[in-house]
Design a protein around this ligand. Structure first.
Ligand SMILES: [Fe+2]
Length: 549
């Protein structure tokens, strides 16, 4: 919700209907916004979304070129690859004609006339307008969004121009998602598990095979899914993988997939950027923190801005930006934090605590109390201020843990049903960051949002073992007082007591559920885990059903 260039609120329906990555109509989110701001639908000037349905965007010609490349190849599974290519075309057509139409119809419940923008244009706008750059390149990459799987854009004087578009059948998102599925995880959701696992493997063993799947094609100026080599298809179900990956270790498969992803994107940027410049990025691929790290380290990119809600949940933000640009002359003011969602007053919280029948107290200095609990190796869930917009919990809805206790970290993994090979993210006092991370300023401002991997110092490795990955990297959130005072105070007190300016920060949700939204969600969630304490507003709840860790 945007007013005169100010982003008032940004929330996803999943937080209200409690169905992660829901594609339902945002009825509950809209109701929430209207109630909170005491508005009626008639008070809203414009409703914007993604889902452009221009028939020319089917790009038949590109499919025909790829068909020719497959036919002129000498692969034995030529017929299957052709079927797969044209199934992608049929699927694209179906989704455009049915799913997208349904999506738009559901939004017409709110407003008959919609402002509709292209999927990748929304991704690009979300990153460009939030970046604060006056001018920059913009790269979007995902599995597939309407008319492509990647775009390359220029942003200048608040105008966004698309230069190139990679077709849907040459998708890096499908490449990485198919590997994710092959490894036994859920594609479109668990790519982070493939990333976490990659650090345990040898990327070289399968590199020659994976380099026959997808590459950057400098002639076409796009990514290129290599159907004609017989292995790649643009689908999460890739029948060719079991043929070529049989007998290899999962960790080596993940490592090679990660290396190819990084190398292909680095090749693209090295070719497309002839001089150092700024880059803004969005699209699900950029949830990959090691890819983001590689971009800043191995390309002409001087400064990168990764839109923190990079997946499709952030498209609404991009649509709002494009709509604002179209209808208003006021400048857009990028918010400094991602605390853009629901918040609750202490009165509302106390009412809910009473209703849920939990015992609670209101300590004089709740942050100090929480820091003491953390020093004593208790696990504390925190609901503080407004909810974060995007997939990362940044202290608004987080679970905090002592950073130097592997046993405790494993216990938390068990409670939250996370696999042990997945690294935890650390939160660190911004003013102490250089003691914990190497060359940290190079990665700003993304270090406020846990969207980029950085190398840890020996001090960090020694004192914060629970949130350093096996490859020596971490995905930090640096916190300052102005961003989230309560969260900052907890960490500051912890630092005073231990000399360590870092805690483990993981998202406050129970397995498969979205991050908690309301006090009611928070109370229900701690009851279903053995997390010992919940700090909620100024209150502290002791979860009495707790088992010993
Ligand atoms: Fe997307």
């Amino acid at each position: 919700m945007l007013k005169d260039g100010v982003l008032l609120e940004a929330v996803n329906e999943e937080r209200f209907n409690r169905n992660k990555l829901t594609q339902d109509s945002p009825r509950m989110a809209v109701k929430y916004l209207l109630e909170k701001y005491k508005l009626r639908m008639d008070d809203i000037d414009c409703v914007a979304t993604h889902g452009a349905l221009d028939p020319s965007q089917m790009h038949l010609n590109q499919f025909l070129i790829k068909e020719k490349e497959i036919i002129s190849s000498e692969i034995s599974n030529q017929k299957e690859q052709l079927i797969s290519l044209w199934s992608r075309y049929a699927r694209e057509k179906y989704v455009r004609n049915v799913r997208t139409k349904n999506h738009l119809a559901s939004l017409r419940e709110f407003r008959d006339e919609l402002k509709i923008y292209k999927h990748h244009h929304c991704h690009a706008a979300s990153a460009a307008y939030m970046s604060g750059f006056d001018e920059c390149h913009v790269l979007t990459m995902d599995g597939w969004g309407e008319d492509g799987s990647a775009t390359w854009n220029e942003f200048k004087a608040f105008d966004l121009v698309v230069l190139d578009r990679t077709p849907t059948f040459s998708s890096l998102g499908y490449f990485y998602g198919a590997i994710t599925k092959f490894l036994g995880f859920t594609p479109h959701k668990d790519e982070g598990k493939t990333l976490g696992m990659s650090a345990y493997g040898d990327s070289q063993l399968l590199y020659p095979i994976f380099s026959k799947m997808i590459k950057y094609n400098s002639k076409k100026k796009t990514f290129d899914g290599l159907y004609e080599e017989g292995i790649y298809v643009a689908d999460f179900d890739n029948p060719n993988l079991s043929r070529v990956l049989e007998g290899y270790k999962k960790e080596d498969i993940a490592a090679a997939a990660q290396k190819i992803l990084e190398d292909v994107v680095v090749d693209f940027l090295n070719d497309r950027m002839d001089k150092p410049g700024n880059l803004a990025v969005a699209g699900g691929i950029f949830a990959n923190i090691l890819l983001n790290k590689k971009i800043i380290e191995s390309t002409p990119v001087k400064s990168i801005y990764i839109f923190p809600h990079m997946g499709d949940g952030g498209l609404s933000h991009g649509a709002a930006m494009l709509c604002h640009r179209e209808v208003s002359s006021k400048p857009f003011v990028p918010p400094k934090t991602m605390y853009l969602g629901s918040g609750f007053s202490d009165e509302e919280i106390e009412e809910e605590l009473i209703k849920c029948g939990v015992s609670y107290e209101a300590p004089q200095d709740v942050e100090e109390e929480v820091a003491t609990l953390l020093v004593d190796r208790n696990v504390v869930a925190v609901v503080s201020g407004r909810m974060e917009y995007g997939p990362r919990a940044l202290g608004g809805r987080s679970v905090l843990v002592h950073p130097n206790d592997r046993k405790l970290a494993n216990w938390v993994n068990k409670q939250l049903q996370r696999p042990d090979f997945m690294p935890f993210g650390p939160v660190t006092l911004a003013e102490e960051a250089s003691k914990y991370y190497l060359d940290i300023e190079r990665y700003y401002p993304n270090t406020s949002f846990m969207t980029i991997g950085v190398m840890c110092t020996d001090f960090m490795k020694e004192h914060c073992e629970g949130c350093v990955h096996v490859d020596g990297t971490a995905r930090p959130q640096l916190i300052s007082m102005d961003q989230n005072p309560a969260y900052y105070k907890i960490l500051k007190q912890f630092f005073k007591k231990t000399g360590i300016a870092t805690l483990i920060n993981t998202s406050f949700n129970i397995h498969e559920e979205p991050i908690v939204c309301t006090p009611e969600d928070a109370i229900r969630s701690i009851k279903s885990t053995n997390i010992q304490y919940l700090m909620i507003g100024k209150f502290l709840v002791h979860n009495t059903g707790t088992e010993s860790s």
